[in-house]
Each structure stands twice: as structure tokens, then as C-alpha cells.
Design a protein around this ligand. Sequence first.
Ligand SMILES: [Fe+2]
Length: 173
Amino acid sequence: MTPTPITTTLDAEQQRIAGKALQGTVVDLIDLSLFAKQAHWNVIGPHFLAVHPALDELATVARKFTDEAAERATAIGVSPDGRAATVAADAGTTGFAEGWTSDGEVVETIAANLAAAIARLRASIESTEKADPVTQDLLIGITARLEQLHWMWQAQSTQPSAQRTRLGQLLVG
Ligand SMILES: [Fe+2]
């Protein structure tokens, strides 16, 4: 690996903690953006006209934040890794089914994936509090927007939340 050409005032441990938090955010957001497009193309059902554009909004948000998290990593001398193989190995998201997908299933699956990404972000907010408050500030902003989207996707659901939690667990397992 090429030695880093970018220096930072963070010490090695602060850099490691913030870099790990940002890298986790990058892979989760890339996966979210890919699921959003997969769903955008494959959604079918009576709510197509509402769900189809909402998925493009999610893809746009995820891509914007991917860039912000990756470029925060570079700013503290950490090389971000957004390669497909790295995303496949390290993303903490819950997956998305192959093929045509009903609007109801899309809503449940997107909400579960957002919840997974938010859970890792919340843990990263904790871990970066002392190590690098500037990174933490970025992660808080990303989390606020993803939680807003999580609300909106849950609000479209016709399933009660307990049932949705079980579905999320099934997707994880
Ligand atoms: Fe489109």
C-alpha cells in the first residue's frame, strides 16, 4: 500500500477510529444507493408512482453522503475504499431481493436497510465523539437525514412495526 501523502493533526488512534467510522459509512451508503436503484427499476404494484421517484431521492441522498464521508476520510489522511468487492464484504445493510419486487416489499426492505445503516451510524457517532468531533458532526448530519427518510419509508408501510421488525430480522438472518 502507498504510504499516505496526506497528513492530519489527529494522532494515529484518533485517525484509526474516525477512518473506521467513515469507511463503514461509505460502504453502507454505496450499498443503499445501489438498492435504491435496483428497487427503482424493479418496483411493481399500485403504489408504483409514489415509490418509484422516492427511490431516486434516496439514491441521490445516499450518493451525496457517500462523497461527503469519503472526502472526510481523505481529509484526515485515510484512503476510502468504495470498490464493489469491499462493499459486498463490509456493508452492514440487510440486502435486497432479485427480480420484480412488489411495492409493499420494497417499502419494508428499504426501511430495514435504512435502519441498519442508521444503527451503524449511531455507533460511529459514539465512537468518534472524543476521537474526532468534526467527523462526528458530519455523521450526525447524515444520520438526521437518513432518519427523516426512515420515517417516510415507515410511514408508507401497511404493516405494523412489530411485524416489520421481524421482517428486518429475517432479512438480517
Ligand atoms: Fe429513473
